[in-house]
Write a protein that binds this ligand. Structure first.
Ligand code: SF4
Ligand code: SF4
Length: 540
């Protein structure tokens, strides 16, 4: 691994292009925080590691892994890959701390165990919640004392997606069988859904909406049971062993022969599967590499899949212009012109909605879009989610300044360097405020959590939503549109979805906020209880 690192590092021309775009450098002004500074550190990694392993780890970890530097690097260096490999080397040298071994190897690398523990945490989290009458989706009071008490977090869902799938009538194909199930009707497309931890446990309604939207558009969806983390968090923590275990597990569950596409609703999961899985298995045997590459080729973010593969927005908007079209009244909606789905006994069509749009409508809810770093910078997906938003005529889309400015989340960066994370996040809030939007949409559940925290901190009455919920959900009563337009919207939606009116929402504004400090204590208590039970049973 060191050899490939050397090759990458030696390509750095020290041009400094990465300096201007680095959100951490913009805040600290320290060269050591830029990609160039870190690559210089990695250049002498062995020496640095032997002289000060902890300091080296700290410098490497002071990075959001946002990829802003890599996106503009003229030498096209795979900077994130280099950083992740360097973290693995350093953590391998100094040894993972016990809590990381517990968290990554005992918990996250075992999806069943992880699910059970978080199910217990979800059951007891109300003890750690501070219920607040939240003004306009805004803030809750800051609790006294401790370091974490001024955070606002989105609670765990009481029923995670994997349980929702198991217990309800809602039943996409659970597990790919030994041979693919013959397709009947629809578009003849079979897509596997990689759910991801946060959509599963925090935003299960969004995960369900993804399945609904895909099925409504004629896609057969399979959702392999027992799936877990994409591996990005454990790799960011320097644990390649846990990553390898997760990879091996997912290769069993996601057989590329059994689906045409793999779809995710999380920018980080998409980037991990498309970029990191192949890169981190490049030294594995041929069979593994080939399976991983085939999966990576088939993987799409939900917005890119909807727009580029299914073409759902083609007839609605032909470009990504900033000023959206506007719906007029019901009478302007005529017959559907572009049939796109033919299922047994049902034809769904996309209306040529341009004809139904006219003058600007001041009554529509304004929505803006935050580009998740892993979607925009790592994968170059910018146009598609905007098109999905504009495809919903009950919202008016308005671009914010610097929409691809990092929100400051960075996974464990947020936990380790919360003050820096907050300072970066509040710049994003300024941009949202400048847009005048009352809804901010994005495509990454981690960004959603960070944006909610920052919006609450800034007391800005803006709701955070996933782009697929915006696309799928018309909520005219909230948009405040007239009865006449409500009819128009409903008709348009019915035309587009063949009579199926999708109405789910993951708007968590106004929900209970949670004090993470108390949550941590509660979770720790649950962990210790589980361990003591397991110890009594000697089952691990
Ligand atoms: S932009 Fe690329 S080549 Fe230039 S200094 Fe940064 S890492 Fe090196
Ligand atoms: S990944 Fe982001 S935070 Fe890290 S060095 Fe690059 S630009 Fe800076």
């Amino acid at each position: 691994m060191l050899k490939t690192l050397d090759q990458d590092v030696s390509r750095c021309s020290r041009c400094g292009m990465c300096q201007a775009v680095c959100p951490v450098y913009r805040l600290t002004g320290h060269e050591k925080d830029t990609a160039r500074g870190k690559l210089a550190l990695i250049d002498g990694l062995m020496q640095e590691m032997f002289s000060d392993a902890d300091g080296t780890a700290k410098r490497l970890n002071h990075c959001l892994l946002c990829g802003s530097c890599a996106a503009g690097c003229p030498m096209n260096i795979d900077i994130l890959g280099v950083f992740l490999k360097a973290r693995a080397i350093v953590e391998g040298f100094r040894g993972l701390p016990w809590w990381k071994r517990f968290l990554f190897r005992w918990l996250v690398a075992h999806p069943g165990r992880f699910d059970r523990l978080l199910a217990r945490a979800a059951r007891y989290q109300s003890l750690a919640l501070k219920k607040k009458p939240v003004p306009m989706d805004g803030s809750c009071n800051r609790l006294a004392a401790s370091r974490l008490s001024d955070r606002h977090v989105v609670p765990l869902a009481s029923v995670p997606f994997h349980d929702m799938k198991r217990k309800s009538a809602f039943s996409p194909e659970s597990v790919p069988g030994p041979s693919p199930v013959p397709l009947t009707g629809g578009r003849g497309i079979r897509a596997a859904f990689f759910v991801g931890c946060l959509l599963d446990k925090v935003f299960p309604e969004t995960a369900r909406t993804i399945v609904d939207v895909l099925e409504t558009n004629g896609v057969q969806v399979i959702v392999p049971d027992g799936q877990g983390c994409c591996g990005m968090p454990v790799l960011a923590g320097g644990d390649r062993d846990a990553f390898s275990r997760l990879m091996a597990d997912h290769l069993v569950r996601f057989d590329p022969d059994q689906f045409d596409y793999l779809v995710t609703g999380c920018a980080t999961c998409t980037a991990a599967i498309k970029k990191l899985w192949p890169e981190m298995t490049s030294d594995h045997e041929e069979q593994v590499r080939s399976a991983v590459e085939r999966i990576a080729d088939k993987t799409h973010d939900i917005s890119a899949f909807m727009v580029n593969i299914l073409g759902v927005a083609d007839d609605i908007l032909s470009d990504a212009s900033i000023v959206p079209a506007t719906p007029t009244d019901a009478n302007t909606i005529t017959a559907p012109v572009s049939p796109v789905i033919s299922e047994a006994g049902k034809t769904t069509a996309v209306h040529d909605a341009q004809a139904a749009y006219a003058a600007p409508d001041p009554d529509r809810m304004v929505v803006t879009w935050h580009d998740p770093c892993h979607l925009a910078k790592t994968l170059g997906i910018r146009r598609e989610p905007r098109m999905l938003i504009k495809a919903n005529p009950t919202y008016a889309f308005r671009e914010m300044p610097d929409p691809d400015l990092c929100c400051g989340m960075g996974g464990s960066f947020n936990l380790q360097y919360y003050e820096t994370s907050t300072a970066i996040g509040l710049k994003k809030i300024d941009a949202i405020r400048a847009s005048g939007a009352s809804v901010v949409a994005t495509g990454c559940p981690a960004c959603m959590i960070q944006l909610a925290d920052m919006l609450a901190r800034a007391k800005l009455p803006v709701t955070v939503r996933h782009v697929i919920d915006i696309f799928a959900d018309i909520r005219p009563e909230i948009a405040g549109i007239s009865e006449n337009r409500l009819d128009a919207s409903t008709k348009l939606r019915r035309l587009r979805y063949g009579g199926t009116f999708i109405k789910r929402s993951t708007n968590f504004g106004g929900k209970v906020w949670m004090d993470r400090d108390r949550l941590f204590m509660k979770m720790l208590n649950t962990v210790l209880t589980t361990l003591s039970e397991r110890w009594a049973e000697r089952s691990f």
